[in-house]
Ligand binder design. Structure first.
Ligand code: FES
Length: 363
């Protein structure tokens, strides 16, 4: 399978969700439907030149699986965020580069399940896609959604959420938690943290122990706190799903073994010849591991490798070591079995051997 590449898509609609958030819908042409097939919970990476700089940012899809001709993402402006500010200026008819759906924070639709979704702020976006797809595609499944915001003005996708509540009255439970606005029920006020979740479980508002799958999306401290609360309430780790786009300082990466592929360290002190296999073609670049990762060296050499976060979180830059060895600076996304199978993240990988061969087409 080929490495993910950008497609130029036209914006079909832009909807203001809150004063600082928009929903942007991309028209998916008939001949790109296969490439843009997705699982609920995945994200799109957008690429644009902002202030003269080539920038990429990933935003979760909020569409239901049934929406064939459009993919919609939610973009909230963040303080000092150049790309998220630029995104607020986009309008129907604009064309922008978009990478096909990626991500492992997904729900496979089918069967009968009870889902617990914990979302904060723009973290509602993938949870909305999961909720819409589950309720439409699994007729016996239920969805309990806890959605935390500062106040009612910052609630994204209010109409879609109300529509789900009206349409699936007996199968969806939606609870808003606000920390800057007082609601009638005391427990719904404040932050969605571990203490709040434990109290909500004690009151029976949520039932994490009987949930088949728990999806958590929001700022990194909320994810850490909610995951810890779920574990403390006796939920098995396999049932807790979350995804990091931006690790907070001190976030623990997944173990990145000192060496991958079992090769001996040698010859890479002053540079390594790295052969890149991408879309069936081969290119050689020189990488000085003291100066560059494979990705930054490739960029300097004018080679367009697939990447999105450049921070070890999204896996877009995943490739397999065919020959040689490399060390990752950080790894927030590759699973132990992938490292065992020789995969690495090119945005984090520094060669350990004088020759390194990386296959971006390997799946
Ligand atoms: S680009 Fe996201 S992990 Fe490398």
């Amino acid at each position: 399978m080929a490495a993910p590449r950008f497609h130029t898509l036209e914006i079909a609609a832009v909807r203001n969700e809150t004063p600082d958030a928009v929903a942007i819908s991309f028209a998916i042409p008939e001949d790109s439907r296969d490439a843009f097939a997705f699982l609920p919970g995945q994200y799109l990476t957008l690429r644009a030149e902002v202030g003269g700089e080539d920038m990429r940012r990933s935003y979760s899809i909020c569409s239901a699986l049934s929406e064939q001709d459009r993919r919609t993402v939610g973009v909230k402006r963040i303080a000092g965020g150049r790309f998220s500010s630029f995104a607020q200026t986009l309008k129907p008819g604009d064309r922008i580069e978009v990478m096909p759906p990626q991500g492992r924070f997904t729900a496979e639709i089918g069967g009968h399940h009870d889902y617990l979704l914990l979302a904060a702020g723009s973290g509602i976006t993938p949870c909305l896609s999961i909720a819409k797809s589950v309720l439409a595609g699994e007729p016996d499944s239920t969805v309990t959604l806890l959605y935390a915001n500062r106040n009612s003005a910052s609630v994204m996708f209010r109409d879609d959420l109300n529509d789900l509540k009206d349409r699936y009255t007996t199968r969806v439970t939606l609870t808003h938690v606000m920390d800057e606005e007082t609601q009638d029920v005391e427990i719904m006020n404040g932050r969605l943290d571990a203490e709040k979740l434990e109290r909500l479980a004690g009151l029976g508002v949520i039932d994490p122990k009987s949930a088949d799958a728990i999806y958590i999306c929001g700022p990194e401290p909320m994810i850490r706190s909610a995951s810890a609360a779920m574990a403390a309430l006796g939920v098995d780790a396999e049932r807790i799903r979350f995804e990091l786009f931006t690790p907070a300082p001190g976030a623990a990466p997944k173990p990145a073994p000192a060496r991958t592929n079992g090769a001996t360290v040698n010859g890479a002190k002053h540079g390594s010849s790295v052969e890149i296999i991408l879309d069936g073609a081969r290119r050689m670049i020189e990488v000085d591991p003291g100066q560059d990762t494979v990705l930054t060296a490739a960029q300097k050499a004018g080679l367009d490798l697939p990447y999105s976060c450049a921070g070890g979180m999204c896996c877009t830059c995943r490739c397999r070591i065919v020959e040689g060895a490399a060390t990752m600076d950080e790894n927030f996304s590759l699973e132990p079995w992938e490292i065992e199978a020789g995969f690495t993240l090119s945005c984090q990988a520094r060669p350990d051997t004088g020759k390194l061969v990386l296959d971006f087409d390997a799946q």
